[in-house]
Design a protein around this ligand. Structure first.
Ligand code: SF4
Length: 327
């Protein structure tokens, strides 16, 4: 028995922030020994909501892959691809689009949510409505048995299963019904202003941030609003700095809590402590990034090699699909 195969992807958003690292990338790195992993930069997905300005997709892809490698994704263990290099994804998406009822897509909760969130942007397009079909093609081109996802992506995995089931029923059993692999250790880090960490809010810390930037961003974090003077006892549970300490200073947590509630430490010192802890975790990632940047061809070489391996697998799947459909 081989290892179970997984596929997961990220849109090319450029350098990743800590929220991306703890929300997904770290779990990808941890999966590499137990699963046969396919990880993709899903650049066609970026077009579904941002088709007008494509100027940064290539560079964003490169920066993101460097972050993946800096965090520990290993091209010797995982197949790392750029979606648009593997045309089989597009062919499979086209074939799936023939058998996917419109109602399945219109009912998709993420579709409605995004229409609402991206109000003002012209995304009433065929491509945007159909992006879960493309996602199903990304996964099923490799006959992945599992898909590591966050809770918000569960409806897409369910739709992928439905499409696989419908295909198997209409033609021949070709596809597995992939399981969602919920990332249970996901650590939700707030942004420095206490809202969800997001590039669009400008409240993020990059995982590749230099030590000085980390100190600066931590210095800007919002703390307990009721703690006005140094002598006021603090409430760590409402403090963004403390939310970070929970991740980066686990061993010292009881002490930090006692120092805050007992007004024994000021917020400036508490933030300095956090910046030190954060920099300790990020330094090896930064160091690896610097080494990787020294080779300008590295990312393209890795993506070329990944595409070669991925095409071999996806090509076989498509042969089976064409034969099952008798085309
Ligand atoms: S002492 Fe630390 S945990 Fe307490 S409010 Fe200030 S920054 Fe937050």
């Amino acid at each position: 028995m081989g290892k179970p195969r997984v596929f997961s992807g990220m849109r090319p958003t450029g350098r990743l922030q800590l929220g991306n690292y703890f929300g997904a990338l770290k779990s990808w790195v941890d999966m590499q020994d137990d699963y046969e992993c396919y990880f993709g930069v899903v650049d066609w997905h970026a077009l579904t909501t941002g088709y007008e300005d494509t100027s940064e997709i290539r560079e964003n892809t490169r920066e993101m892959v460097i972050d993946w490698l800096s965090a520990g994704l290993d091209p010797e263990k995982s197949v790392i691809i750029r979606q648009s290099d593997i045309k089989e994804h597009a062919e499979l998406q086209l074939l799936f689009s023939m058998i996917t009822p419109l109602g399945w897509l219109e009912r998709c909760p993420t579709y409605k949510e995004q229409l609402h969130q991206l109000e003002g942007r012209d995304i009433m397009t065929y491509g945007f409505l159909g992006y879960p079909v493309l996602m199903a093609a990304d996964i099923l081109a490799y006959k992945a048995e599992a898909v590591p996802v966050g809770e918000d992506q569960l409806p897409h995995v369910e739709l992928t299963r439905e499409i696989a089931r419908r295909f198997n029923f209409l033609y021949k059993p070709v596809f597995p019904e992939p399981q969602a692999l919920l990332n249970r250790d996901v650590t939700l880090l707030p942004g420095i202003d206490g809202r969800k960490m997001s590039k669009s809010y400008g409240n993020y810390i990059l995982m590749s941030a230099e030590a000085k930037d980390v100190e600066e961003r931590v210095g800007m974090m919002v703390t307990d609003p009721e703690r006005i003077r140094r002598t006021d006892p603090g409430h760590p549970d409402v403090c963004t700095v403390y939310a970070f300490h929970k991740v980066f200073s686990k061993d010292e947590l009881p002490q930090i809590e006692a120092d805050c509630t007992g007004a024994r430490v000021g917020c400036v010192e508490c933030k300095r402590r956090l910046a030190r802890a954060l920099n300790q975790v990020l330094e090896p990632i930064r160091e690896k990034r610097r080494a990787l940047m020294a080779n300008p061809d590295l990312v393209e070489d890795i993506l070329r090699d990944g595409a070669r391996k991925a095409r071999a697998v996806a090509g076989r799947t498509l042969e089976e699909v064409r034969s099952a459909m008798r085309i």
